[in-house]
Each structure stands twice: as C-alpha cells, then as structure tokens.
Design a binder for this molecule. Structure first.
Ligand code: GLN
Length: 394
C-alpha cells in the first residue's frame, strides 16, 4: 500500500507498508502457512501471563513512570549484570520502551540531526531505514554479503566519514542470522573509538543463538560502555512479541536523550505488562536458553527440508530466520517468488530484496528469501511438505 498522496508529508515518500504486514496479510488472504513475519505460534511462560492478569486486576492500570516501573528497571539491570557483567544504575541507565521498535525510533530521533550519516548493516531491518529518514539522516550501508554474511571491517571503515553521527548495529542479525564474532565487534569498536561515534545496538535476539556461537554485547568491549546505547526486548526472548515491552540501557546521557524523545512518542509504556516482564526476567531466567535449544532443532528441521525441496539454505547462527537463494530455480526476483509462492505452494516467506539499497550488488539480496522457523514443528513440517510437493521452478 502506498500512503503518499497530495495530503501526506514528504517524509512518507518512498515509505510503503512494512513487508511484514504485507506478507502476513497475504498469508491470511490465501490461507498459506506463514513462515514470513517472525512471531512464534506458542506463547511464553503461563506464569508470566498470570502475573499480567493479576496486575490488570489489582490496579496497574494508570500511567507507569516515564522511564518504566522501578521493579522492571531493576530486573533489566540485573539481567545485564548476570549475563554480561554490565553494571547499570537502574534509575539513570535503564529506560523501558514500547518494544525495541520504539527504542530504535527514540534513539534515532534523539541522536540524529538532518544531514547526519548513520552507518548501518545491510540487509537492514525495515524500521531502521524508516526512522533514519524520519530523523532526516542519511544511511550508509555496510553489506553483509552472501554466502557467509560476515562483516567486512574495511567496508565498515570506508563507510565512516566526517558526517557520520552513529553506527546502528544489529547482532544477532535479522534477516541473515549472522552473530557477529568478538573480532568483528572489535573492528566496530575500533572505528567507533577512533571517530568518537555513538553506537546503537539492537540485540533483541541476544538469547537466540545456536551451536557454539556466543552473543557478545558491544558495550562489554573496551571503551564502548560509555558510547553504546543497547536496545533489547522481551518479545523474542520470552515469546511475547505482541506485548511490545523493550528497553534501552547505556550511559546516563544517552539514555536520558532517548527518554527525552520517547516521552513524546508514547509518553510511558503499558503499565500492566511491566511487572509481568520483571517476573519473566527475575523468575524465568532459564526460559530463553531452553527456547534457543528448541529453536535450534526447528532450524535444523527447516534447513534440511528446504535443502530437500531444492532451496539451498544458509545455516543461521542465531535469530528466528534462515535464508535461501532462489537463483538456481531460475527466479530473478525474491519479491516475484514470494508473491507467487502462496499459489504455487501455499506458503509465505519474506523477500530479502526489500532490505537493500542496491539488491543487485554482488552478494546482495535480489534472489534471497527469508523463512521463519519460530513456528511449531508440525507447522514447519506442513510448510515443508507443501514446498516439496510444489513446482518451484520459475
Ligand atoms: N521482527 C519481525 C520480523 O522480522 C517483525 C516485526 C514487525 O513486523 N515489525 O519478522
């Protein structure tokens, strides 16, 4: 859907409906199995849901404090300490946001002036490009190229110039599933220190890493705590993507700046879900690692099924998603493929080409497709059965 008419502001030029909404609507319309938008079809811990119900019934129904309720800010600070050894003052270094998406919006509005350049990993999560545009910034992509989607430190260095204001980093990376290694993160840190840059990191898949891969928050590297704004959320770690409870942590001045923008976006975030997320972090600390183990099995199931169906997959190190190349099936465009797929096979996936400035550059995504495996095993099997039975040649 195109929102731009003679009545709309120019900042909406080029900003259509997010691909996730588009593809979920396509799945509903066609009755296809939805391996597109990344949301689990099994909810998080029932005890956490019960805590939200209690909060609703016992009166947590008026505005929460602007930065979030103290119990949740303390739980977030303890989470960062427990997992990563990061020390935070819950009163000045933690803010609760309405999902990480609001954190991204508030961070960019708070830190980017018109004309400032933002260095960002490509393929980009689509809210990054929208919010860089809304802030008046200019994106400078650094491409994670197929087939291995690693960070090219030289490309990163080359993307930084005199107008660079910040680096927007995402690891584990959606959509490629890359988990940046300590060495790759060190190359980001070196550039940031050298050019005195702020880094905003989106770490929503922090706990959803597989095999021997390890999630390293950039803020833990030397000289980075004072210049890194770390964003995350409960959505992915606890299978509550619809709750929209996220957080920002970092140095007090950057967190205060983010809050300065956030107060004019949502004012404060939903009150009754905050005690429940505090309960999740404090009392269900093992849930995310168990989820990661189960997701790894489902990743393996999806990846081998896709290979059997002739869709050679790249094996992701983290996240909800696996990527395949459709070039060998004769398709020129992932968009065309994904729009044809419900009719061909009764399955929905997400075209990667919409996440690139130049999808035809070497190793970029014109012919790449993303498949979600955060679904129940029988749903994945159903989709794989349909793909195996379908004619997928262009
Ligand atoms: N993060 C989810 C995905 O990548 C989608 C979230 C959204 O639709 N905004 O599929």
């Amino acid at each position: 859907m195109n929102h731009v008419t003679s009545r709309t502001a120019r900042r909406l030029d080029g900003i259509g409906t997010t691909i996730f909404t588009e593809m979920s609507a396509l799945a509903v319309r066609t009755g296809a199995v939805n391996l597109g938008q990344g949301f689990p079809d099994r909810d998080g811990p029932p005890e956490v849901i019960a805590r939200a119900v209690t909060a609703l019934e016992q009166g947590a129904n008026q505005y929460a404090p602007g930065p979030g309720i103290p119990a949740l800010r303390q739980a977030i600070a303890r989470h960062q300490q427990r997992h990563y050894g990061i020390d935070l003052d819950p009163d000045s270094q933690v803010v609760v946001t309405t999902g990480c998406t609001e954190g991204i919006a508030a961070a960019l509005l708070a830190l980017v002036d018109p004309g400032d350049e933002v260095v960002v990993l490509e393929p980009f999560y689509d809210s990054y490009t929208a919010m860089i545009t809304f802030a008046g910034g200019v994106r400078r992509p650094v491409t994670l190229r197929a087939p291995d989607f690693r960070l090219d430190a030289d490309a990163l260095r080359a993307a930084v110039g005199p107008r660079t204001k910040l680096i927007l980093l995402n690891s584990p990376h959606n959509p490629t599933g890359t988990v940046l290694t300590r060495a790759e993160l060190e190359s980001v840190a070196a550039v940031a220190r050298e050019h005195d840059l702020v880094v905003v990191t989106d770490e929503v898949y922090e706990h959803l890493v597989f095999d021997d891969n390890e999630h390293v928050p950039l803020a833990t590297l030397p000289g980075m705590a004072e210049r890194t704004l770390t964003l995350s959320s409960a959505g992915k770690s606890y299978s509550f993507t619809g709750w929209k409870v996220g957080w920002a942590t970092g140095p007090a001045d950057l967190v205060a700046a983010l809050l300065g923008a956030k107060q004019w976006l949502t004012f404060t975030s939903g009150a009754p879900l905050q005690p429940a997320v505090a309960t999740a972090l404090e009392e269900h600390g093992d849930f995310p690692s168990a989820l990661a183990r189960s997701l790894q099995e489902r990743r393996d199931r999806l990846v081998s099924g896709l290979a059997a169906a002739g869709l050679a997959p790249y094996v992701p190190e983290g996240t909800y998603f696996a990527t395949t190349d459709i070039a060998q099936l004769g398709w020129a465009s992932s968009r065309e493929f994904c729009w044809a797929l419900p009719e061909r096979a009764g399955v929905v996936a997400v075209p990667l080409e919409v996440f690139y400035d130049d999808p035809d550059a070497p190793g970029a995504g014109r012919q790449l497709v993303r498949w979600a495996f955060c679904k129940e095993s029988d749903v994945i099997d159903d989709a794989l059965g349909r793909l195996a039975a379908a004619d997928l040649e262009a």
